[in-house]
Design a protein around this ligand. Structure first.
Ligand code: ADP
Ligand code: MG
Length: 696
């Protein structure tokens, strides 16, 4: 507890170090989400600087989240040289509030033109400043938003803050109708569970695919994968325990509430979850968490893999995004209470989410689209690409009652008896869990399970907040006009239950039956990123984002451009890396082994002519066949990658990558992996799956 938050300029530090009136003003700014008054900025900056310097900081930076998906920083020293040849530490309010990094080298989707390079960063004071230090370099980091000279949004933070504002505004309208006069703000809360792999750094450095693309492009399945189900929740190995300990300590120092940790389903896969927080802080924290995972891993001679599918054949990694709405006075708006059927306010918010998810399923889907997540969504693994909602028995039953009029009862959980007399009976939940659902109600929050492990959660949060805000605004528009609120509410909820029950599904989302059933219900099944991307610039998307002031049309289109471009670049890098490995590592190993086999055949035969060399001969024949198929595969991939590069229109290019380059990569891999299973282990140039997944 001594170290918790020690590197954060948090409320306690502000109170301690700022003059009382200034502290009060800043606190009000933060609590109410107002703009910082420039007249207090100098004092705040000075206090921040003194605190940071006491902690060893020499530099400060505006820490922001450009469209790369990772964070960016340009560090500046506090020094100000004096006439006497010495220097003073200085940091002004101006420097705290605003920065001017060059914006030209960040993805902008054509916004702004590169010759108009100026960009601005501005402090988001609702997320506290913090200190990061490694190996003597210590820096004060100020969380900021990032926009262009002409005011267009260039980052993942600004629209997130806007989407939080939108849901605040609309949820407050609805709450007011229920007679709530005490809540001043409604905050969306998030708890992202982060999955990751850890492998020995030595193996990582021997694999250019892992280093350049984050995933293995070749690699035959080892004799053992995850089928024994012995890794999930298994006892944590000592080397991993040591890593987790150092990792948690680093997070706690940053005020990140790392709480849950366990082994995940795949060998070498783990999960960490913090306690939930407000959406922008939670997003900042998740970025810091991913960064810290990589750093601590490296320090301990591990490599941390955040890719959605580092290893074919075992589970990939996601980021379950737990989400709810809370009032500033501490009420969780998705808390059903013990008799949810009587809880009209809860049912209203529940219905808002259900309607939003049904109407904007495609937007939620595209918020989770990238090349890496294509290996999870719609492939043979969780969660599926079809969006449905799991409500659980109790709520599904109430939802059904809603559709038929007014709900009259809530199924109760009852008592659980285990049948062993020494164990006490305990209350059973009214609802079981469902691990296969992409969007599940889990007691007092929703869990959006499609998000990929490498993602900034900002995108999914922006979409979720915006679409729920939209439905809440429709509800408020209607209810504010009603002469009889209760009656109108009942009619409205009944309508929603009837119109949107198609999205509710409590069964097994992995089954083929569901795919067919979902098609009958008219639910979209978008199985790839290239199919998903255009959803971002659909008319519905343009309308809802513009209405709530999240993105204008230009900004939305620029984001679409960026995502499509990132997809193309990712596949291109993967293809080039694959060709490199195929030509320079795998084929040479195959040539060596075939030469060895040929040598053995003639050597053995010339030594004792009657010897049976059929084993060598058959292996050589088999290998030669694979080699020639492999060589054709190389050629095919080269041709397709070249063709893709020549396609002018970016979206068409992405479709070509998906339709031709990705399958060519799969075909090449198949032959490569086949050769791995017969080539002499001593000649194989790459660390194997067995080594990477099972050796610590
Ligand atoms: P599980 O893996 O069983 O789903 P975890 O404990 O790993 O559960 O993660 C659950 C996450 O949900 C945690 O980050 C938790 O803080 C978060 N959470 C709990 N309540 C809320 C809420 N009201 N809003 C958002 N997130 C929440
Ligand atoms: Mg979990």
């Amino acid at each position: 507890m001594d170290i918790y938050g020690m590197n954060v300029f948090n409320d306690v530090v502000m109170k301690e170090r700022l003059p009382k009136p200034i502290y009060k003003q800043l606190k009000k700014t933060i609590d109410e989400g107002l703009a910082l008054d420039p007249s207090i900025a100098d004092t705040v900056a000075n206090a921040m600087k003194d605190w940071a310097i006491e902690k060893g900081a020499t530099h400060f930076t505006h820490w922001f989240q450009p469209m790369t998906g990772v964070t960016a920083e340009k560090q500046e020293a506090f020094i100000n040289p004096q006439d006497n040849g010495k220097a003073l530490y200085e940091f002004s309010g101006k420097e705290l509030i605003k920065g001017e990094p060059d914006a030209s080298s960040f993805p902008s989707g054509g916004l702004p033109a590169t010759f108009e390079a100026r960009g601005y960063t501005a402090w988001d004071c609702t997320s506290p400043a913090f200190i990061r230090g490694y190996d003597g370099m210590t820096t004060l980091c100020i969380p900021t938003v990032f926009c262009s000279y002409t005011g267009e949004v260039l980052d993942k933070k600004t629209p997130l803050l806007k989407a939080m504002e939108a849901i605040n505004k609309q949820a407050l309208r609805v709450l007011k109708l229920f007679g709530n006069t005490t809540a001043a703000r409604v905050i969306s809360t998030i708890g992202p569970e982060q999955e990751y792999f850890l492998i020995d750094k030595d193996f990582y450095e021997k694999r250019i695919d892992l280093m350049l693309t984050g995933r293995t492009l070749f690699g035959a399945m080892p004799p053992k994968g995850q089928e024994m189900e012995d890794h999930y929740f298994g006892s944590i190995k000592e080397r991993i325990g040591g890593f987790m300990n150092e990792f948690n300590t680093e997070l706690w120092k940053l005020g990140i509430s790392a709480r849950t940790q366990h082994n995940e389903v795949a060998p070498a896969q783990y999960e960490i979850a913090p306690i939930f927080s407000t959406t922008n802080v939670g997003t900042d924290h998740n970025q810091l968490l991913m960064d810290t995972l990589k750093r601590v891993a490296s320090r301990r001679d591990f490599a941390c893999l955040l890719h959605e599918k580092p290893f074919a054949g075992v589970n990939g990694s996601g980021k379950h995004l737990n989400w709810s709405l809370a009032t500033n006075d501490g009420q969780n708006l998705l808390e059903p209470g013990s008799t949810p059927h009587e809880n009209a306010q809860f049912l209203t918010f529940l219905c808002a989410v259900i309607k939003a998810v049904d109407e904007y399923a495609n937007l939620l889907r595209v918020s989770c689209a990238n090349a890496g997540n294509d290996h999870r969504l719609g492939a043979n693994e969780a969660p599926p690409a079809i969006i449905s909602i799991f409500l659980g028995e109790q709520l599904a039953d109430i939802f059904e009652q809603l559709a038929n009029g007014g709900p009259k009862s809530s199924r109760q959980g009852g008592e659980m008896t285990i049948g062993v007399t020494t164990l006490p009976p305990f209350p059973k939940d009214a609802t079981d869990r469902n691990r296969t659902s992409p969007f599940a109600f889990t007691g007092n929050k929703f869990e959006f399970r499609m998000v990929g492990s490498s993602f900034s959660i900002s995108g999914p949060c922006i979409v979720l907040n915006t679409v729920v805000a939209e439905i809440l605004s429709q509800m408020a528009d209607r209810l504010e006009k009603a002469t009889d609120f209760k009656k109108e509410l009942q009619v409205m909820l009944k309508e929603i239950a009837n119109n949107h029950k198609r999205i509710v599904f409590n069964g097994n989302n992995y089954s083929q039956d569901w795919v067919e059933e979902a098609a009958k219900r008219g639910l979209p099944n978008i199985s790839s990123s290239v199919e998903a991307f255009p959803e971002l610039i659909s008319e519905a998307a343009e309308k809802v984002f513009a209405k709530h002031n999240i993105f204008n049309k230009t900004e939305l289109h620029s984001r679409y451009e960026i995502f499509v471009e990132q997809y193309c670049k990712t596949i291109n890098i993967e293809a080039m890396t694959m060709l490199n490995m195929a030509n320079r590592q795998i084929l040479p190993a195959a040539v060596k082994y075939s030469t060895e086999l040929a040598g053995s055949i003639s050597a053995v035969k010339s030594a004792v002519s009657s010897c049976d060399v059929s084993a060598q001969e058959k292996t050589l024949q088999e290998l030669s066949k694979m080699m020639s198929s492999f060589k054709s595969g190389i050629k095919a991939l080269e041709v397709h990658a070249g063709k893709a590069n020549d396609i002018e229109d970016q979206y068409e290019r992405s479709v070509y990558y998906h339709d031709y380059v990705v399958p060519a990569m799969q075909a090449l891999r198949k032959d490569g992996d086949g050769m791995e299973t017969i080539i002499d282990d001593l000649l194989w140039p790459l660390p194997t799956y067995a080594e990477m997944l099972f050796m610590l």
